[in-house]
Design a protein around this ligand. Structure first.
Ligand code: G6P
Ligand code: MN
Length: 455
């Protein structure tokens, strides 16, 4: 089977390759095609993968011949031809774009973050046209392929791609899966034996129940303040607040429930997350170009630093992440589990971003939601989560309206629609600020550019 990775020079690609190296099922992915707009990034990641395969071969009896073959290209159609699976993990505008998304908003006193709030709208406006162009290329070059979208803002981008690919594209995020795993582990349970009853949009959802042998064990966890201390999200929100909600919120809800605190703490830091990563990643790619023989070793160090400092801007300097959380949120595991279920027809369930249909009443049928799904050879079908309560539904509905406006604005290049999208976002508290955001992000200039050269 052939897997094509779009954004193949990206820093997290070795996580996916590592998971492929560990997978010995039948059939399996035996060929990986990396596509990126930047040949230097492809070369650097190529070195990491090669050294990773060598080291794995030395440590196991499998031998080097077992490692999936890797090829790299900067030609999209070439990369896609013959693909059985496509991972899309691109970053339109690069990390420079991420820092601009953050700073323009922060300078106006509102949240500047990669996916949440006005930063996410700006990122979506830039990314949606590219995602649709990719979806059209998949139809042209690999019409049978399954597409797994990691590209953020993942809910919005998956939804835009579905307008071309239908249900052959699903969106993946590691945060709900990591939340469910942490909840089970805090109770001393094997996560594989529990079922997560989760509902939301991407980066805006709640673990409502955790079911073990037909019994909901979440109330037991919520009542146990010391067990809650073992869960990153509960430490972030505080036990009182998760108890008041009666659910465990996705970590990204911190930006809503503690909106002022989040803006204040991000602004109090000298660097945003994007600033930090821009410097760190630039240094990583330069150091690999200078010393290619040490690519894998350097990647491991940089990865540990990146994961340990995840969300540090709101967690607080003295808050250390648990070793297990730093080791892996499950990003690559979910992708592999999806592919394994589809290519081998072995049924499984996992939380994915899929078309709502009638899963959450009152949300648009064509809107993408993040819910537990049944996955097998025919793809993903949403299972019925416990319906969201009024508060959850209200927030989901408002943010979904913003996402859909953003998609329409991006595809029609309509500055008025973009302004409405910013203005209706719950984290933008004034239409005046929305207009300032549109000016600050230079949305009109962006819409006049050919899509690949947007500011
Ligand atoms: C999690 C989220 C992703 C997000 C990433 C940011 O994995 O699920 O959607 O892109 O964190 O991590 P970073 O290291 O780039 O700040
Ligand atoms: Mn995510």
């Amino acid at each position: 089977m052939r897997l094509t990775i779009l954004g193949g020079g990206g820093f997290r690609v070795p996580l996916v390759y590592g998971a492929l190296l560990r997978d010995h099922g039948d059939p399996r992915v035996d060929e990986v095609s990396l596509y990126d707009v930047d040949p230097r990034r492809l070369e650097a990641i190529g070195h990491v993968l090669e050294q990773m395969a060598e080291q794995t071969a030395q440590q196991t009896a499998a031998g080097h011949g077992d490692a999936p073959r890797v090829r790299a290209t900067t030609d999209l159609d070439d990369a896609l031809s013959g693909a059985d699976f496509v991972f899309s993990a691109i970053r339109v505008g690069g990390l420079e774009g991420r820092t601009r998304d953050e700073h323009v908003a922060l300078d106006l006193g509102v949240l500047g973050q990669e996916t949440t709030g006005p930063g996410g709208v700006a990122y979506g406006l830039r990314t949606v046209p590219e995602a649709v162009r990719i979806a059209e290329a998949v139809v042209r070059c690999a019409p049978q392929a399954w597409v797994i979208n990691f590209t953020n803002p993942a809910g919005m981008v998956t939804e835009a791609m579905q307008s071309v690919l239908g249900e052959r594209v699903v969106g993946i995020c590691d945060s709900p899966i990591a939340l469910a795993r942490r909840a089970a582990t805090a109770l001393g349970l094997d996560p594989a034996r529990t079922r997560a009853d989760y509902v939301g949009l991407n980066h805006l959802g709640w673990l409502r129940r955790l079911v073990l042998d037909g019994v909901d064990v979440l109330p037991r966890l919520l009542a146990d303040t010391s067990a809650l201390q073992g869960i990153e999200e509960a430490r972030l929100f505080g036990p009182d607040w998760v108890q008041a909600l009666g659910a465990l919120p996705n970590e990204y809800l911190y930006y809503y429930y503690f909106a002022r605190d989040a803006v204040a703490s991000v602004r109090s830091e000298p660097d945003t997350r994007g600033d930090f990563l821009l410097r760190q990643q630039r240094e990583f790619y330069e150091s690999v170009a200078a010393r290619p023989a040490r690519a894998y070793q350097r990647w491991q160090q940089v990865r540990a630093e990146r994961d340990a400092s995840y969300m540090a801007e709101v967690r607080g300097a003295d808050e250390e992440r648990d070793a297990e959380d730093v080791a892996g949120g499950g990003y690559e595991g979910v992708a592999l589990a999806f592919m394994a279920a589809v290519m081998r027809g072995t049924p499984t369930s996992m939380i994915l971003n899929v078309r709502n249909g009638t899963t959450v009443a009152s949300l648009p049928e064509d809107g993408v939601v993040e819910v537990p799904c049944h996955v097998d050879g025919a793809g993903a079908v949403p299972l019925s989560p416990t319906p969201p309560d009024q508060h959850q539904l209200g927030l989901m509905a408002q943010v979904k309206a913003v996402e859909q406006l953003t998609i329409r604005a991006a595809l029609s290049r309509d500055v008025g629609l973009a302004t409405t999208a910013f203005a209706l976002h719950p984290l933008v508290d004034s239409v005046t600020v929305a207009r300032d955001l549109v000016r600050g992000y230079r949305i009109a200039d962006g819409f006049r550019q050919p899509s690949t050269r947007r500011p």
